[in-house]
Unconditional design. Structure first.
Length: 390
């Protein structure tokens, strides 16, 4: 009988599931995951399909837990000081109300389904960590396939990052940096497997002819092609509250206007929903360019070199394709990547250097972040899944 694995989602996980479709029964934690797999004709049960069977028990347990936690909070708050205690006591009820019922439902459903293990794309969010803790408490294995590639950007010492508290029993990582990062936080080395990054496998076999990509984008393949990879303001914390995206793009356009004989492509981030603003700004400054929100692989393969705002994954993808990419305030710990400040002179100098120069060797850089980009990462992760859940 096939083992039953709960999956939470994630691009890399979905690629792996395709290879394991006939070897396991999959139960999706979230409705979009179930729908995605069902659209691929991969049988998948949604964990919350029959919530009525556990709802009363879950609601009662959540109410009981909330009452007890609020009562304990009164005594604990005295150790926080007056101001912190007020904030703590004012916000705790809404925090518990929003999360306890969901946590209780997940635990009761897991008890009922009795899954053999879980594959999570993170174990720091409330629900995914609940799953990881349930696995740990019931002697079940839990594999973490990180949804993000950690970059050497001074994330802080162990104990300062939300990802420091790891609950899963096993983990796959893209390259050596992510392995070392988790080892420094106490994760067992023998339970970490370097596999590469499944989502990057496509770059090894989905190779497009440059003339064809240039035709698709409407740029001249006989000229140098510079792609600017923009971003968007992320206001989820104070580090994102600045005008760097706009200022850097404006400075890039100033440089572009001063340099003739070059084709320019502006690639905006799909999550930014700011393509129109980028196109309008280029038009206002008199810069002829192509502005796209999608078609990342087409842009990567058409460009001569790229400029990325911040430490974007496009720098890793460009490196796999042996395309030089400049990073604005990005990879300061990696000499293979030209990292600059966002001023006009720095952008211009770096552009000229990247257009006329040869890409530096990228093997060390790729090994550090994405392992061996040979198109076989998905297969390696799938093999490790079978080893873990044997």
């Amino acid at each position: 009988m096939a083992k039953r694995l709960l999956i939470s989602g994630g691009t890399d996980t979905m690629e792996v599931v395709k290879l394991l479709r006939d070897k396991y029964e999959f139960i999706a934690l979230y409705p979009p995951v179930a729908k995605h797999l069902q659209n691929l004709d991969i049988p998948c049960q949604l964990m919350g399909e029959k919530t009525d069977e556990v709802k009363v028990v879950a609601v009662n347990y959540a109410a009981y837990a909330m009452a007890n936690l609020l009562a304990k909070a009164q005594s604990v708050s005295s150790d926080l000081g007056d101001k912190r205690a007020v904030i703590f006591l004012n916000n705790l009820p809404s925090l518990l109300y929003d999360n306890l019922l969901n946590i209780s439902m997940v635990i009761n459903l897991l008890d009922k389904l009795n899954v053999d293990g879980a594959i999570l794309h993170n174990d720091v969010e409330v629900i995914t960590r609940t799953v990881a803790l349930w696995c740990k408490g019931h002697g079940k294995l839990c594999l973490h396939i990180p949804h993000a590639i950690y970059l050497d950007m001074d994330r802080g010492a162990p104990g300062t990052d939300v990802h420091d508290l790891v609950t899963a029993s096993h983990m796959v990582v893209g390259g050596s940096y992510q392995r070392e990062w988790y080892e420094a936080r106490g994760f067992k080395s023998e339970n970490i497997k370097e596999t590469g990054v499944p989502r990057f496998d496509r770059l090894s076999y989905n190779i497009l002819n440059k003339e064809h990509t240039c035709k698709l984008l409407g740029v001249n393949p006989s000229k140098p092609i510079v792609a600017y990879f923009s971003s968007w303001r992320q206001d989820t914390n104070l580090l994102g509250c600045h005008d760097g995206v706009e200022e850097s793009y404006t400075n890039f356009l100033t440089v572009a206007k001063s340099m003739s004989g070059i084709e320019y492509i502006i690639k905006t981030h799909p999550s930014g929903r700011n393509r129109d603003w980028h196109a309008k700004k280029a038009d206002e400054m008199g810069v002829r360019c192509v502005v796209v929100e999608q078609y990342l692989d087409v842009v990567l393969q058409a460009m001569t070199c790229g400029i990325s705002y911040g430490p974007s994954n496009v720098v890793l993808e460009a490196a796999i394709l042996n395309k030089p990419t400049i990073s604005i305030n990005g990879f300061k710990s990696d000499p293979e990547i030209i990292t600059i400040e966002p001023d006009i002179e720095s952008i211009k100098k770096a552009m000229i250097s990247s257009i006329v120069g040869s890409p530096p060797p990228m093997q060390r850089f790729l090994t550090k972040y994405v392992g061996m980009p040979d198109g076989k990462a998905t297969a390696r992760v799938a093999k490790y899944v079978e080893e873990v859940f044997a």
